[in-house]
Design a protein around this ligand. Structure first.
Ligand code: IMP
Length: 197
């Protein structure tokens, strides 16, 4: 099988490793923005698609190679989709996700809503030189629980309990979470569309 090189417009080691493993069987060698020393563009758009496309296009223009980028976050229904594209920013600087989780819980209590539905969403953008950008989406629905539970994962994992499960993402092993996650679902949509499997 001939090898093709793609770029992942991310400096996140966890994402790079996960995507490398998924793409290898399709003959894709993945280089990261970090390997290529590409700058990280500021996420100035107002949608997951906008931010993913902005990162994929910038890397594609800089390298002339097919480039992937993802944008993801937690959307809480009773908060009108917040924190959404601002999920990382709700953790402040330096990032403190206990503070971000408290902010979600506080905002939910303020609304007085009994609906605690939330979803992790992930949009992947694929930019190919001379072509438009394709998008692939993945989502996992669950509920916000309080207090946070579990030492695993990252970000909002300890307060997110996927529907049909009695443990949070923070209480699941990495493998278990990967089976369910929004990122895995978006990647699956991409490999099915691009490689037919
Ligand atoms: P980005 O896609 O790397 O910009 O991530 C956005 C933010 O969304 C992260 O910093 C986390 O706060 C949140 N997030 C995205 N995916 C997950 C997840 O799988 N678990 C917990 N938090 C997540």
């Amino acid at each position: 099988m001939s090898q093709e090189t793609w770029v992942l417009a991310s400096h996140n080691a966890g994402k790079i490793k996960e995507m490398e493993q998924i793409l290898a069987p399709f003959g894709i060698a993945l280089k990261s923005a970090r390997d290529l020393d590409l700058p990280e563009p500021e996420e100035t758009e107002t949608t997951f698609r906008g931010n993913a496309a902005l990162k994929a296009r910038a890397a594609c223009e800089a390298t002339g190679l097919p480039c992937l980028a993802d944008d993801s976050g937690l959307s809480v229904d009773a908060l009108g989709g917040d924190p959404g594209i601002y999920s990382a920013r709700w953790a402040g600087e330096p990032r403190d996700f206990m503070r971000a989780m408290q902010r979600v819980e506080g905002a939910l209590n303020e609304t007085g809503a009994s609906d605690r539905t939330a979803r992790f969403v992930c949009t992947i953008a694929l930019a190919r030189p001379g072509e438009g950008v394709s998008f692939f989406e993945g989502e996992v629905v669950g509920d916000i629980v309080w207090p946070p539970r579990g030492p695993g994962g990252f970000g909002y994992d300890p307060v997110f309990q996927p529907r049909g499960h009695d443990r949070t993402f923070g209480e699941m092993s990495a493998d278990e979470k990967r089976q369910l996650s929004h990122r895995a679902r978006a990647l699956d949509a991409m490999t099915r569309a691009e490689f037919g499997s």
